[in-house]
Design a protein around this ligand. Structure first.
Ligand SMILES: [Zn+2]
Length: 240
């Protein structure tokens, strides 16, 4: 068995992400055509990947593996405890600058896995409140796309006490990983709204990528600002 497959098996033993997908009918169907397995890069692409990895100090003690282009719809992601998974398509289809920013984003997710208390308190200071899974109606939970970077500890958060973003499959008869819409659930009456609350727009802008979870919002923001080391991240988080 390859080292990459061993790393995936070890990660699965800790986070159970693939098992969670298999246990959720919509999540299983949305991934049914994907090949979730290690793949290989050509010489030039491998060099490009290495050069980008060297540009991100956070990745110094992190393993990066290449997966089949179709794995999780080609979305880069992380697995427990410190594994970055890069579908081949996410490497070959972008320039070096974009690849470095993506790797920084994933490295920040690893930092979140390593220091969950630090990040949870940062989310709280930024305006978020953790929400218990039992406070979300189960038919909403079953319609949510599972995200390996956010599902493992505190899956749902409410913005300004009341508003919980949820990545819901648009079509239950034909779920796909890209066919997802963020809806906002008001905790007070469990109603769903298509638009974020104005205070959220004020903080994160009109249309931020991945508004489904504060770990994603902060990873997007900090990777764009090139906060690529432990020291830079800690300084930022403590300033909130
Ligand atoms: Zn992410």
């Amino acid at each position: 068995m390859s080292l990459a497959q061993q790393a995936l098996d070890k990660a699965e033993g800790i986070d159970g992400y693939r098992a969670a997908c298999a246990a959720s009918p919509l999540n299983a169907e949305a991934r049914a055509e994907h090949i979730y397995a290690p793949s290989f890069l050509g010489k030039d692409e491998l060099k490009k990947l290495y050069l980008s990895i060297y540009d991100v100090p956070l990745l110094k003690s992190v393993d990066v593996i290449v997966l089949d282009s179709s794995a999780d719809n080609g979305y880069p992601h992380t697995r427990a405890n410190s594994l970055v998974c890069m579908p081949k398509s996410s490497i070959i289809s972008v320039n070096s600058h974009a690849l470095t920013e993506t790797l920084c984003h994933e490295a920040i997710h690893i930092h979140q896995r390593q220091y969950p208390d630090l990040w949870s308190s940062a989310c709280s200071k930024d305006g978020w409140t953790p929400v218990s899974l039992s406070d979300i109606p189960s038919d909403f939970v079953s319609r949510c796309r599972l995200n390996p970077d956010t599902f493992y500890r505190q899956r749902f958060w409410a913005w300004q006490t009341h508003y919980v973003p949820m990545p819901l499959f648009i079509r239950e008869d034909y779920p796909t990983l890209e066919g997802v819409q963020i809806k906002w659930m008001d905790m007070r009456n469990k109603a769903l709204f298509p638009d974020p609350p104005p205070s959220f727009v004020k903080r994160y802008g009109d249309n931020p990528p991945q508004p489904e979870h504060p770990f994603e919002l902060l990873a997007v923001e900090y990777a764009a600002a090139n906060l690529n080391s432990d020291a830079l991240l800690r300084t930022k988080l403590q300033s909130l």
